[in-house]
Design a protein around this ligand. Structure first.
Ligand SMILES: Cc1cc2nc3c(=O)[nH]c(=O)nc-3n(C[C@H](O)[C@H](O)[C@H](O)COP(=O)(O)OP(=O)(O)OC[C@H]3O[C@@H](n4cnc5c(N)ncnc54)[C@H](O)[C@@H]3O)c2cc1C
Length: 429
């Protein structure tokens, strides 16, 4: 099959806030030809279908998602990045095997160290050689099948992303009585979208114990919140008729409804990273990476929610911009002397830490701190950092650590970690 072959300096995969931030900064900094590829017909990523405000780095107010998405797109294009939509990156051709007989007619060998990716778009198949690749493919909520929820396969079952696309992008009707599974910010965004579409939210459900915030929401009467409960079944044949829940004390309850939204439980969209042979972090399930956004494959960088489930859009955009400097150093061949990356790992109930590798001497994560998540609420925990039994640091959190929300660990201890030592462990006590 004929493939159009081209070369670029930097190929950015994904045009959400992270990829557009990286593309804007790289193009403005003279990285050469910077091309951003987006599989959707419109660029902007998740914010395109989040019609609420709260984007642009501000916790309250701020821009709506679509406004923010447009600003990110404009910034990248104005800086000189080439943005192509409706174009999906489907895989990698190992630089050393590019042009092998199995891949079709003899291709010119790729320049040493370059990466070759296969791409499908309106113009047909392409093979793009890039001196550096920035993966910015985002994260997605786990669908019903991956959550192992028993029952039939009725319509009316959504993730937040599917709901928002149905309502805001396609104007489809979604039902009249809904249950939202999850009580994190994304669950509330789903509830708002349902109300905008004229759907009554009859309950929100969480497996977590009651919290002061939950009590406040009940007082405000926005909707009943069922705590310490999990979904054990969906009923209905053609259309959903109810959701069966089990409380942790064993009681069960079926809530009649025609719509259920499964929120949170994000997984990095790591398929392309996996196909590229990148080492994945067992905690985040995104590519393992260091404070310079370097993955296990030289010249391949990763940014945004691909690295750590869902952070705010402003964080994803800042990560994209921050990755530009190390990418430029890679292009210029001025990468700092190699230092063995030491893995970082957490102990339960902590779920993950990001970045999850140490980097070159002096490299610090964004804003000088690591981001972490926990599986259960911890009241003002002390985070203890150890390596080979040696304590490197301990930091008390001023606020509780709560599931589904980020909390942070300062990076001041990094220089005390032994680059020849074992895994650095973070424990909450
Ligand atoms: C329901 C919801 C509400 C939110 N509300 C807020 C809020 O109020 N404020 C806030 O700051 N943040 C909010 N966020 C978070 C914010 O949307 C994300 O932090 C941000 O979108 C992450 O940017 P990203 O670029 O990493 O990923 P994404 O926005 O997911 O972009 C990734 C892009 O990569 C593309 N892609 C993936 N694979 C390929 C491929 N192989 N080839 C080509 N393209 C590919 C995808 O199509 C996508 O467009 C919300 C998120 C959700 C889900």
């Amino acid at each position: 099959m004929t493939r159009n072959e081209r070369a670029v300096d930097v190929l950015v995969v994904g045009a959400g806030p992270a990829g557009l931030g990286a593309g804007a900064e790289l193009a403005a900094s003279g990285a050469g030809r910077v091309e951003i590829l987006e599989r959707e017909l419109d660029a902007g990523g998740v914010p395109r279908h989040c019609h609420h405000s709260g984007f642009g780095g501000r916790l309250r107010g701020g821009d709506t998602g679509p406004d923010y998405a447009r600003q990110c797109v404009r910034a990248a294009v104005r800086a000189g990045a080439v943005l192509r939509t409706g174009v999906t990156v489907t895989g990698w051709v190992n630089a050393t095997t590019a042009g092998s007989a199995a891949d079709g007619p003899a291709d010119a060998p790729s320049p040493a160290g370059a990466h070759v990716l296969d791409v499908t778009g309106p113009a047909g198949l392409e093979r793009i050689t890039a001196r550096a690749v920035v993966l910015a493919t985002g994260a997605r909520e786990r669908p019903r099948s991956a959550r192992l929820i028993p029952g039939g396969r009725p319509s009316g079952v959504y993730t937040t992303g599917e709901l928002q696309q149905a309502v805001h992008l396609y104007g489809q009707p979604v039902g009249s009585r809904a249950v939202v599974i999850g009580n994190e910010p994304v669950g509330h965004a789903a509830a708002d979208t349902l109300r905008t579409a004229g759907v009554e939210v009859v309950a929100m459900v969480t497996d977590q114990p009651p919290s002061p915030v939950a009590a406040l929401l009940r007082l405000q009467g926005r909707c009943p919140l069922l705590t310490r409960a999990t979904v054990i079944g969906l009923s209905g044949r053609a259309r959903l008729t109810g959701v069966t829940l089990r409380h942790e004390d064993g009681r069960t309850l079926t809530v009649p409804c025609d719509t259920v939204v499964l929120t949170g439980d994000f997984v990095p969209d790591h398929e392309l990273a996996r196909r590229g042979g990148l080492t994945l972090d067992p905690g985040t399930r995104g590519p393992a990476y260091d404070p310079e956004y370097r993955t296990s494959r030289p010249g391949v960088f990763a940014v945004g929610n691909l690295l750590h489930g869902v952070e705010r859009a402003g964080v994803a955009s800042s990560e994209g911009r921050a990755a530009a400097a190390p990418v430029l150093r890679h292009l210029a061949g001025t990468v700092p002397p190699a230092r063995r990356p030491v893995p970082l790992a957490v102990d339960a109930p902590l779920l993950w830490i990001a970045p999850n590798r140490t980097g070159p001497a002096g490299a610090r994560p964004l804003r000088g701190r690591f981001v972490l998540r926990t599986a259960r609420r911890l009241d003002h925990p002390v985070l203890v950092v150890t390596q080979d039994g040696r304590e490197l640091d301990r930091q008390r959190l001023l606020l509780p650590a709560v599931p589904g929300r980020p909390f942070h660990l300062g990076a001041g201890w990094l220089e005390r970690a032994d680059p020849h030592g074992g895994t650095v462990r973070i424990t909450a006590v």
